[in-house]
Design a protein around this ligand. Structure first.
Ligand SMILES: Cc1cc2nc3c(=O)[nH]c(=O)nc-3n(C[C@H](O)[C@H](O)[C@H](O)COP(=O)(O)OP(=O)(O)OC[C@H]3O[C@@H](n4cnc5c(N)ncnc54)[C@H](O)[C@@H]3O)c2cc1C
Length: 402
């Protein structure tokens, strides 16, 4: 691939990885990120399947210098009277590493070669293309002329809008309440929450998943919880349009709703974990589904959540974004023309995006909107339920074919 000028819109996980992919294949790259500061303080925890980690390490997108915490088991429990952590109904394997979102972003950001310009406070308002190139219009009235544009600007992508104006993320009907607290603040007794467990408690209409992650900046250990349920219609109204401003803000109504659900359905230990989390360390994440008709059109190409949005129940949002970048790099190296490389990339990644979105829908139904009677389940019933919902592969991401 001869050196070309590439603009990457968005500088989060997909944006940093996309900048790496394009620069490694010889392009001159500018990253345009609308956030004025650094992003690392805004995320919390995410999980990465061990096998996906190995592939991405081999591809040069992850390495063990990024702080991580090893998980192994996913015990499922239900509330049972005063039993402190509830009654365990079974355990599923969970061969995953967990990351602090901020450290993962920080490490990817550090990897971007010095020759790449990473511009912050750069809000892209519009993207256009013709046979000779592409133009990125910025909110301050300036323009960037380039040979190709990588849209890594998340689920409300302006690059996708230029390609497929009708392809919008659709609200999935439920949200996640999320929070973190330092491990030292966990309630007793010691050992109630084993180090390698990702504890899950199921209840009618939702569940909570709790696991440890490296602390902020890789220092210490934090506890990350994700509480999935359907908020009442008035409180959820602002999520139905994915263009909503500040979708992550925890309103008083949503906070009350979560505390009521927790009081009704969670064992005492996990209720305390939620109460011990400072309000400023909580936020909400609405669930959306979206798959772009194609990941490329002319000189425009989509990566990560701009290309496909799957519910985080799949445990694969970051993996999908990093794999997209690795696949794009492979295609850019293998083909002599942009158009051929982008077409090959799209053909390779669309089936993965589609499978992940479908898996997210199944897991959302099984774990939130059409939950089973967990109270009556035992180990074989739990395994059977999980197999029917998740299938044999795909949870934590599909294998990267390169
Ligand atoms: C601040 C933040 C915190 C997150 N925290 C978590 C977390 O704790 N756990 C988890 O599992 N996932 C988290 N995610 C989501 C996760 O990063 C993604 O699902 C996944 O990694 C794919 O990321 P992405 O880069 O495709 O999209 P995103 O991470 O959504 O990144 C899109 C980026 O594009 C930028 N952008 C959008 N529009 C424009 C524009 N018009 N012009 C310029 N820039 C633009 C945004 O500011 C953002 O940085 C977080 C995302 C963000 C942005």
């Amino acid at each position: 691939m001869p050196a070309q000028r590439v603009a990457v819109v968005g500088g989060s996980i997909a944006g940093c990885a996309g900048a790496l992919a394009a620069s490694r294949s010889g392009a001159e790259v500018v990253v345009l990120e609308r956030a004025a500061g650094r992003l690392q303080d805004r995320g919390v925890g995410l999980m990465l399947h061990n096998d996906r980690y190995t592939e991405l390490e081999e591809a040069g997108y992850l390495d063990s210098s990024m702080p991580w915490h090893q998980l192994a088991r996913r015990p499922w429990a239900v509330r049972d009277g005063a039993a402190r952590t509830g009654r365990e109904i079974g355990v599923l394997p969970l061969p995953f590493r967990s990351y602090n979102w901020g450290s993962l972003w920080e490490e990817l950001r550090t990897r971007i070669p010095a020759g790449v310009e990473y511009r912050t406070g750069a809000q892209v308002s519009r993207v256009a293309q013709d046979a000779g190139g592409a133009v990125v219009h910025l909110g301050d009235g300036t323009q960037e002329h380039c040979d190709a544009v990588i849209g890594a600007d998340g689920y409300r992508s302006v690059v996708r809008k230029a390609m497929y104006p009708g392809a919008r993320a659709e609200y999935a009907g439920f949200i996640a309440w999320r929070g973190t607290l330092p491990e030292e603040r966990l309630p007793g007794p010691p050992g109630a929450f084993p180090d390698r467990d990702a504890a899950s408690v199921g209840f009618p209409g939702g569940h909570i998943l709790v696991y440890r992650i490296p602390g902020p900046g890789g220092v210490g250990t934090s506890v990350n919880w994700v509480f999935y349920a359907t908020p009442p219609a008035p409180a959820a109204a602002r999520f139905t349009d994915p263009r909503t401003v500040q979708p992550r803000v925890m309103s008083d109504a949503l906070r009350r709703c979560q505390l009521e659900l927790a009081a009704r359905h969670l064992p005492p230990f996990w209720q305390e974990v939620i109460h011990l989390t400072r309000p400023e360390d909580t936020f909400v994440q609405p669930m959306y589904d979206m798959l772009a008709p194609s990941y490329t059109l002319g000189r425009l190409v989509l990566l990560g959540d701009a290309a496909s949005v799957a519910r985080p129940n799949t445990g694969s949002g970051a993996v999908k974004a990093l794999q997209d970048a690795a696949a794009l790099e492979g295609a850019l190296r293998a083909h002599g023309r942009w158009q051929d490389a982008l077409a090959a990339y799209s053909t390779e990644r669309i089936p993965i995006g589609q499978a992940t979105v479908e898996l997210g829908r199944r897991l959302g139904r099984a774990q939130v909107t059409a939950t089973p009677d967990w109270q009556t389940m035992d180990q074989p019933a739990l395994e059977q339920w999980w197999l029917e919902a998740a299938g044999p592969t795909g949870f934590g991401g599909h294998a990267l074919r390169r």
